[in-house]
Design a protein around this ligand. Structure first.
Ligand SMILES: [Zn+2]
Length: 400
C-alpha cells in the first residue's frame, strides 16, 4: 500500500518465489550481505547528510562492492534504498533510533537488476527464481522497483505496479466515520454501523508476552532473553498483537469503502493527527501503542481503499465533533455514561452518534452544500452491533 501520483496508484503485488536449490545458500548469503551493507549505508547517509545520489555514490559505492561483495548494480540499489530510508526517517518528527534493516533482502530496480519473464524472476548475478503464485490481475500494468525479502524461511518478491486511479463517482450523501478506543462507528443521519476495534484482542497477546517476560526475569539478569525459545515466544506474542490490529484495519476499511460504494456515499473521516500526537505524549503503555497503530493505519487504509474503489473521501477537522449539538450547535452536556444532551433544544444521543452527525454535517458543508442537509435523527438508543450488521435508526421523536 502506498499513495501514488496524480492519476496513478502504486500497488504492491506479493509473490512467493523459490530459487533453484543449488543456489539457495548463495542467494541468502547475498541477501544477508545486502542487509549489512544497507545498515552501514543508512548510517553513512544520515551522518553525512548524503541524500543525493552523487554524494552517496562517492561515499558508498566502493565500500559496498568491496567490503560487502555486492554486484555494482546491486550496490547502486543499496545506497538508493539507504537514501529513501534516511529521507523518510529524517522527515519523521517522532523519529527514534536510526532505522536498521532486520530482514535479509534485496532492493531491485526494474530492468536494471531484475525482470519477470515466463513465470520466473531473473535477478542480476545469475539467479533465477520460480514464481510460486501471484495476483495476475495486474499483469498488464508496468512494474516498478521490487524488494526480495527472506522472512520466516520464505522468499517473497514484492513488485510495485502503477495502476490508473479509478474515476470518483458523484456522491449522493456522506458516510461518516468516527473512532474511539472501543468502536468504529460508521453512519449518517439515516443509518449506523458499529464495529468493535481489535485493541482488546491485541492487548491479550501483549499481556501474554509481558507475563512470560516477568516469569523468566530476575533482578540480576533477564533469563528470558537468553533462552531462545522463550524469547521467540515473547516476540511471537508481540507480532501477533500487531498483526491482529493490521488485519482488522484492512478488513474494516475495506468494509467501509464497499458500503460507501454500494450507496454512492462519500466517506468522511476526521483528521486524527492531533489525536495521535496527544497519545504519543502519554506513558508508553501497550494500550496506547496499539491505539496509535490503529488510528494511523486506519487513516492510511481508509484513504487507500477509497482511492482504489473510486470513493470520494473528505477529511474534516475533529474540533467540537463530540460536544456540539448537531441540531442547534450549542454545547452538549453529559447526561449519563457516554450520552449527551442539549439543554437548549433537547437533542439527546450517544456520544458516537453525535460525532457521526457532526462529521456528516461538516463534510456536507465542505462539499459545498450540494446535498441535502441531514434530517433530524431519532433519539433512542442504538444497539452495539456485531460485525457488519447494520443498525437502521428506528423512527423517533425529536424533543423540541
Ligand atoms: Zn441543540
Amino acid at each position: 500500500m502506498s499513495s501514488g501520483d496524480e492519476g496513478l496508484l502504486t500497488l504492491i503485488i506479493r509473490m512467493r518465489v523459490s530459487p533453484e536449490p543449488s543456489l539457495f545458500k548463495e542467494l541468502i548469503s547475498l541477501m544477508k550481505r545486502y542487509r549489512e551493507g544497507l545498515n552501514h549505508a543508512i548510517k553513512v547517509v544520515i551522518e553525512n547528510k548524503a541524500l543525493s545520489l552523487g554524494k552517496a555514490h562517492k561515499l558508498l559505492y566502493n565500500v559496498l562492492k568491496e567490503r560487502y561483495g555486492l554486484h555494482s548494480k546491486i550496490a547502486v540499489d543499496c545506497y538508493r534504498e539507504a537514501i529513501a530510508i534516511a529521507k523518510s526517517w529524517l522527515s519523521n518528527p517522532n523519529r527514534g533510533r536510526v532505522p536498521r534493516a532486520k530482514t535479509p533482502r534485496l532492493w531491485l530496480t526494474h530492468r536494471q537488476s531484475y525482470r519477470v519473464r515466463d513465470g520466473y524472476v531473473e535477478i542480476i548475478g545469475g539467479f533465477r527464481l520460480g514464481i510460486v503464485g501471484w495476483d495476475k490481475r495486474y499483469d498488464s500494468y508496468p512494474s516498478g522497483d521490487a524488494r526480495l525479502l527472506f522472512k520466516d524461511g520464505k522468499l517473497v518478491l514484492e513488485v510495485s505496479k502503477r495502476v490508473p486511479k479509478p474515476a470518483k463517482y458523484v456522491s449522493k450523501g456522506v458516510l461518516a466515520v468516527d473512532v474511539n478506543e472501543k468502536h468504529i462507528v460508521v453512519g449518517n443521519s439515516k443509518t449506523e454501523y458499529r464495529f468493535e476495534t481489535a485493541v482488546e484482542k491485541a492487548l491479550h497477546y501483549k499481556h501474554l508476552a509481558e507475563e512470560l517476560q516477568k516469569k523468566y526475569s530476575s533482578p540480576k539478569y533477564n533469563a528470558w532473553l537468553r533462552r531462545r525459545g522463550i524469547r521467540d515466544r515473547v516476540r511471537y506474542f508481540h507480532r501477533r498483537a500487531r498483526n491482529i490490529v493490521e488485519d482488522w484495519v484492512k478488513k474494516v476499511s475495506h468494509e467501509i469503502a464497499s458500503l460507501a460504494k454500494q450507496h454512492l456515499y462519500a466517506v468522511a473521516r476526521e483528521d486524527l493527527t492531533n489525536l495521535v500526537e496527544s497519545l504519543r505524549k502519554l506513558p508508553k503503555e501497550h494500550r496506547v501503542s496499539l491505539l496509535i497503530l490503529s488510528y494511523r493505519r486506519l487513516e492510511q487504509w481508509i484513504d487507500w481503499q477509497c482511492e482504489k474503489n473510486g470513493v470520494p473521501i473528505i477529511v474534516v477537522e475533529p474540533r467540537g465533533t463530540s460536544i456540539t449539538c448537531p441540531m442547534c450547535s450549542s454545547k452538549l452536556i453529559e447526561n449519563s455514561y457516554r450520552r449527551l444532551k442539549c439543554s437548549r433544544c433537547g437533542f439527546e444521543a450517544d456520544r458516537d452518534t453525535v460525532a457521526i452527525l457532526n462529521i456528516e454535517m461538516k463534510a456536507l458543508s465542505k462539499m459545498g452544500g450540494a446535498l441535502t442537509t441531514p434530517t433530524a435523527p431519532q433519539m433512542t438508543d442504538v444497539a452495539t452491533n456485531r460485525w457488519g450488521e447494520p443498525v437502521n435508526r428506528p423512527k423517533g421523536t425529536l424533543a423540541l
